[in-house]
Ligand binder design. Structure first.
Ligand code: DGL
Length: 258
């Protein structure tokens, strides 16, 4: 059995395009519909109730458009709304969380020093507290909110090396980076900064994100439902954004192919 219905993927803004990139690579036959809520970004500094309301509006529109699954390509919206969305809708809702487990497992039993970079909302929510609780006895975990990294992407300033490096130094200079085993990129916007992080961090510090894991999870779920696209179907990506500015779509295309 196959299904050629589209997959809805959304984020507070443009960060989720890093997830679209991964899914397109892993599942080239799927039709992907991305929605970036840039008019309401950032989510990471909003209340849980507001992010939940915005997430429900987006998923409701996807469902009206006949999607076979939704990917919340946003750690923040997942923290705020994934449980409630799953209770409300009967299509698969795939969420994201900071890939702390991947960072912890990489130590093969040795205590790891791990910095989790994410939005303020993700780091203060119960979902992350539960995740952290699983690993904090055996590992040293630091929580680092980085809201400015979301703004830089949304403002189209990702190529402003000076601004980016100054922002990263502001967030990370107080850590002993030589003693840091991994930095977890717990926000989909941050995945676009991988090369900058590489420049900031010592060679031995791993940079970990959850995009591959999310894409793999989506694939497993669709396969188990017999809902993967037909291999004869040509995959596609469509991009929509709540911002009325044409620039957001151009910026989205740029990030998707960057
Ligand atoms: N991209 C989002 C995430 O993964 C959130 C960015 C924002 O604050 O809007 O958490």
């Amino acid at each position: 059995m196959t299904s050629n219905a589209p997959i809805g993927i959304f984020d507070s803004g443009l960060g989720g395009l890093s997830v679209v990139r991964q899914i397109r690579e892993d599942m080239p036959h799927e039709r992907l519909m991305f929605f970036g809520d840039s008019a309401n970004a950032p989510y990471g500094t909003k209340s849980v109730e507001e992010v939940r309301r915005l997430s429900f509006d987006i998923v409701e529109r996807f469902v009206q458009q006949g999607v076979k699954a939704v990917v919340i390509a946003c750690n923040t919206a997942t923290s705020a709304a994934a449980t409630e969305l799953r209770e409300h809708y009967d299509i698969p809702i795939i969420g994201m969380e900071p890939a702390l487990k991947v960072a912890a497992d990489a130590g093969h039993g040795e205590r790891q020093n791990i910095i989790v970079a994410a939005t303020p909302l993700t780091l203060r929510e119960r979902k992350f507290a539960k995740l952290m609780h699983r690993f904090e006895r055996d590992h040293t975990i630091y929580k680092q909110p980085c809201p400015e990294l979301v703004e830089i992407v949304e403002q189209g300033e990702l190529d402003d090396r000076e601004r980016v490096m100054a922002t990263l130094h502001g967030y990370f200079d107080s850590y002993d980076l030589d003693a840091t085993d991994a930095v977890v990129l717990g926000c989909t916007h941050f995945v676009f900064y991988r090369d900058y992080f590489r420049e900031l961090l010592p060679q031995g510090t791993a940079i970990i994100d959850g995009n591959e894991g999310t894409s793999h999870h989506l694939q497993v779920v669709l396969e188990s439902l017999g809902a993967l696209a037909d291999e004869n179907q040509e995959g596609s990506v469509s991009i929509a954004n709540s911002s009325s500015s044409d620039r957001m779509i151009q910026l989205s295309e740029y990030l998707l192919h960057r």
